[in-house]
Design a binder for this molecule. Structure first.
Ligand code: PEP
Length: 259
């Protein structure tokens, strides 16, 4: 089954709205100036305050057919007295098509549980947003041989109770925590083993062949222009979630071109 690949840039807590606007303009000009890589979708995930500015730049560029706006998080309630939180309908109205849920920085620095991530994933789907569900083991868990256990638990809790059709529309990002922002990436073979041997095979067992075949699964963790080719050489890996290297126009453009 052929799947489109997704190259997503997670800008984290970088760039003010005006910096994000200028950056997006330059990036989109560079992306638009080159041929669109076949079967590749691009997602830009700025901070909440910069969403509207980046959305306007995507519209202005005319690249909206293959470049989408994404948010870095959402809350599961639609509205109400939840100070500081942002809901799925708000994001959709701001022009988002994607939203990251369960990023390791939120799980480990901000204490998000598997159950919270599951609620956020449902809220994203209910708002018509495509969730990018992040899963991945810490260095300690890897050392203890717990990669499969941790990734399976995070994945299965998040997808519990969903219909197979909904699961097929999720994007999963396998992001080993030890590889995020460290400059130390998993090898293509290591990523493939978890993506195919754990994530896709668990989805196949629970939700069937069709959902497993349609599910897009990215790798994330210190992806850069020099190593993206190693991941994209595996047909099981459907793109990348990129942090640091998405903050530089040339690096991100090169990653998209290789996607
Ligand atoms: C991330 O934040 O999801 C990420 C993968 O970061 P980096 O590419 O910087 O490792």
């Amino acid at each position: 089954m052929s799947r489109s690949r997704v190259i997503a840039g997670n800008w984290k807590m970088h760039k003010t709205p005006s910096e994000a606007r200028a950056f997006a303009r330059e990036l989109l000009a560079q992306l638009g100036g080159a041929a669109r890589p076949e079967g590749v979708e691009v997602v830009l995930c700025p901070s909440f305050p910069a969403l509207t500015a980046v959305h306007a730049e995507i519209e202005r560029s005319g690249l909206g057919a293959w470049v989408s706006l994404g948010a870095q998080d959402l809350y599961w309630e639609r509205q109400g007295a939840f100070t500081g939180e942002v809901s799925g309908p708000m994001l959709a109205d701001a022009g988002c098509r994607y939203v990251i849920v369960g990023h390791s920085e939120r799980r480990h620095l901000l204490g998000e549980s598997d159950e919270w991530v599951a609620r956020k994933l449902r809220a994203a789907l209910e708002s018509g947003l495509t969730p990018i569900l992040c899963v991945g083991e810490t260095l300690e868990e890897r050392r203890q041989g717990l990669t499969e256990t941790v990734v399976s638990r995070q994945l299965e809790t998040a997808l519990e109770g969903l219909a197979a059709g909904a699961v097929a529309g999720v994007v999963v990002a396998y992001e080993p925590v030890w590889a995020i922002g460290t400059g130390e990436n998993a090898t293509g073979e290591e990523a493939h083993r978890v993506i195919d041997g754990v994530i896709r095979s668990r989805v196949r067992a629970r939700f069937g062949e069709e959902a497993a075949g349609r599910l897009r699964i990215q790798y994330g963790g210190s992806v850069n222009p020099a190593n993206i080719g190693e991941f994209m050489a595996y047909p099981s890996i459907d793109g990348a979630l990129v942090g640091g290297a998405s903050l530089k126009v040339d690096s991100f453009t090169a990653i998209v071109a290789a996607g």
